[in-house]
Ligand binder design. Structure first.
Ligand code: A3P
Length: 287
């Protein structure tokens, strides 16, 4: 994936979107409140979907906020250049999105009771989603070679570094009562059940009708049609809407339409090697 970048504490960040000052602020100065909810992901893993769900839970299923305030304003990305301004307008409990690695936020989180929702997606589908995303986001130089995307993924040279390091870092919180880990595939398989479990984790007691509203308004079709959630308000010089959409397909297993047999075998081999010490299995592995 080609983009202008700088390295902060061993990880690549896109110039123009992130700055060293903003990352340093996130790491050292950002004051975490006990009622904060962090929506953490590796890019293209369902960040926006979880943002929508968490905002709807916060507002008891009322979609007004999601239909009137852009998704990147109601839950801005910690570590980005604009976060420091955007955070001033957040109401509590704040829902903060971030792709930052655990080691940057560990210090701030350890001093608070803030909760972390960590969404993971089948990395093969992450690569596919990223492949298409690079075609629309102007930060990237468009790349038509899918193999290059796979190479970048394994070399850890993509924006936000290695997927494996991201997982290994955040999984250090596994077992902590403030940590909730879910896969994109679980969300797809059981959207309502996942919302119910999230409500339990967040200590929110909602009625069946409120839960139904959350599920309805965070569905792929609702979000794709909602200009506050589909990023269509961003100007064409930032996001080329003629070439695709952030809400592209919203399915699991699209990798099967992109990986060759050889790429898939190679991927599985390297994946096993990297994950063998983690003692974790994820829902997508049974797909
Ligand atoms: P695809 O490109 O495979 O369609 P992120 O928000 O982390 O950037 O992730 C983007 C991916 O999440 C895209 O995947 C997008 O379609 C998918 N997504 C966003 N909202 C969704 C929803 N409500 N239901 C299912 N998938 C969703």
């Amino acid at each position: 994936m080609a983009f202008k970048y700088f390295i902060y504490k061993g990880v690549r960040y896109a110039k123009d979107a992130y700055t060293e000052d903003a990352l340093s602020f996130a790491e050292n100065e950002f004051e975490v409140f006990d009622d904060d909810v962090f929506n953490i992901t590796y890019p293209k893993s369902g960040t926006n979907w979880m943002t929508e769900i968490l905002n709807l839970i916060k507002h008891d299923g009322d979609p007004t906020i999601c239909q009137t305030v852009p998704i990147y304003v109601r839950s801005p990305w910690l570590g980005t250049l604009r976060f420091m301004d955007q955070m001033r307008n957040l109401t509590r409990p704040r829902i903060i999105s971030s792709h930052l690695p655990y080691h940057l936020l560990a210090k701030s989180l350890s001093k608070s009771k803030a909760k972390v929702v960590y969404t993971i997606r089948n990395p093969k589908d992450v690569i596919v989603s990223l492949f298409y995303f690079t075609k629309i986001l102007s930060l990237f130089k468009a790349n038509d070679d899918f193999q290059k995307c796979i190479d970048g993924f394994f070399e850890g040279t993509d924006m936000h570094g290695s997927w494996f390091d991201h997982i290994k870092g955040w999984m250090q919180m596994k077992g902590d009562r403030r940590f909730f880990c879910i896969t994109y595939e679980e969300l797809l398989k059981d959207h309502r059940g996942s919302v119910v479990r999230l409500c339990e984790f967040l200590g929110k007691e909602l009625t069946d009708a409120q839960i139904d509203s959350i599920v309805q308004h965070s569905s792929f079709s609702s979000m794709k049609d909602n200009k506050m959630s589909n990023w269509s308000l961003l100007p064409p010089e930032v996001l080329d809407h003629t070439k695709g959409s952030v809400l592209r397909k919203g399915v699991s297993g699209d990798w099967k339409n992109h990986f060759t047999v050889a790429q898939n075998e190679y991927f599985d081999k390297v994946y096993q090697e990297n994950m063998k010490d983690l003692n974790l299995s994820f829902c997508w592995e049974q797909e």
